[in-house]
Design a protein around this ligand. Structure first.
Ligand SMILES: NC(=O)c1ccc[n+]([C@@H]2O[C@H](COP(=O)([O-])OP(=O)(O)OC[C@H]3O[C@@H](n4cnc5c(N)ncnc54)[C@H](O)[C@@H]3O)[C@@H](O)[C@H]2O)c1
Ligand SMILES: [Zn+2]
Length: 356
């Protein structure tokens, strides 16, 4: 699996180089472009692709969690095959995590597998979603239930593309960056505590430093466990709670990284109650969430006990009604606790975020 490239103002030279390095060279390109990113990136993409004199078709779409489904995969795939296409085609997915998940999944399945490249344009995409080769779409029964492992040929993350990112999407990315720090980079946590808040919400050297550090944490784990058979589970820190909260809120209402932030709080609280966490960990997580502008409370009514338990065991990480949960011990050290009772996990969530 190739390491992602990070930089500021690097997309033009790096994309050109990444395409020219492919062997065999692509016969044609298909670009799936996130409408939200288009104003910042479309002219540049068109320049690079025209210079390379490769035929391409660009399809712009408006991504959303609700449209991350099989119907959309069919629609996009049909649009992408309308003009001649063979297996030497390269698909570029340019956008947030929804676009790289859907684009990657289309690439994994169209003509039984096309090469693809990811150009994440959200902070969350750069820190997490575009990395590691997991691609998927949702079913009504749950998130990311239909998918494939299909690693991109390259990932290019240029923080200049973040210039027009809405505040909520900055926060969302910072939630996953905080998770990465807790899992595998104590220095990153210190940076999040010390860097000026405004510098963490605009393109610049500070955000470049923290987002690439988060990417390194993820890539180290993914390379050790590409098919999620062991260590990769650590990347789910906070996610059992987060997925249940996202589903309870209705997909799209709570930004993923915001839900992850709440999940980290729940995980830190539970670990503290179980006396496995370092003394000040819970407080540190809470202060970091506040500093990063992430919610500390759930805005809405929490589901009742039975409904929450159902949501928790619907998560892909639940087996036979029990939940394998990742809990933080101290920065750079997490534990996987296997076979937890869903009731105990639900209790921890109420304990942290209030009664239903
Ligand atoms: N495959 C993985 O390993 C993995 C990991 C984490 C998350 N994910 C997935 O990622 C998704 C969330 O990704 P996301 O948070 O990027 O959300 P998203 O893709 O929905 O993008 C959020 C919004 O930002 C807009 N946008 C994108 N780039 C922009 C830019 N440069 N300027 C302004 N607006 C822009 C989009 O149009 C969209 O409205 C979830 O579906 C989640 O399941 C996947
Ligand atoms: Zn996540």
């Amino acid at each position: 699996m190739n390491w992602p490239s990070y930089g500021q103002g690097v997309l033009r030279p790096l994309l050109r180089r990444a395409i020219l390095k492919l062997d065999p060279l692509p016969s044609t390109l298909r670009v799936l472009l996130d409408q939200g990113a288009a104003p910042h990136v479309r002219p540049l993409l068109e320049d690079v692709l025209s210079e390379l004199t490769l035929p391409y078709v660009m399809v712009e779409w408006a991504p959303s969690e609700a449209r991350k489904d099989l119907a959309q995969v069919e629609e996009l795939a049909r649009e992408l095959v309308r003009e001649w296409l063979d297996r030497r085609c390269l698909l570029l997915a340019v956008g947030g995590g929804v676009t790289t998940d859907v684009g990657g999944f289309v690439a994994a399945t169209l003509l039984r597998g096309l090469r693809w490249g990811a150009i994440p344009t959200t902070l969350l995409g750069m820190a997490d979603a575009a990395l590691g080769g997991k691609t998927a779409v949702n079913l009504p029964e749950g998130k990311n239930l239909v998918g494939a492992f299909h690693a991109p040929e390259f990932v290019i993350a240029d923080v200049d593309l973040l210039a027009g990112l809405p505040p909520r999407e900055w926060r969302s990315g910072l939630g996953e960056i905080l998770k990465a720090g807790l899992i595998g980079d104590a220095e990153l946590l210190c940076q999040l505590e010390e860097l000026p808040g405004a510098a963490l919400r605009r393109p610049g050297p500070e955000i470049l430093e923290v987002v690439s550090a988060a990417g390194r944490v993820k890539m180290r784990i993914v390379i050790a466990d590409p098919k999620e058979e062991g260590e990769r589970m650590l990347l789910n820190l906070g996610h059992s709670f987060a997925h249940a909260l996202e589903a309870a809120a209705g997909y799209g209402r709570l930004a993923h990284g915001e839900a992850v932030g709440l999940g980290l709080r729940c995980a830190a609280r539970l670990a503290t109650r179980m006396e496995i966490a370092e003394e000040d960990l819970e407080l540190r997580v809470r202060k970091l969430l506040a500093r990063l502008g992430l919610p500390l409370a759930y805005d809405g009514e929490l589901p009742g006990h039975a409904a929450l338990t159902r949501l928790l065991i619907r998560d892909k990480k639940a087996r036979e009604g029990r939940i394998d949960l990742v809990l933080p011990v101290r920065p750079e050290q997490c534990l996987v606790v296997r076979g937890m009772e869903p009731e105990a996990v639900a209790e921890a969530l109420y304990d942290t975020l209030g009664p239903p």
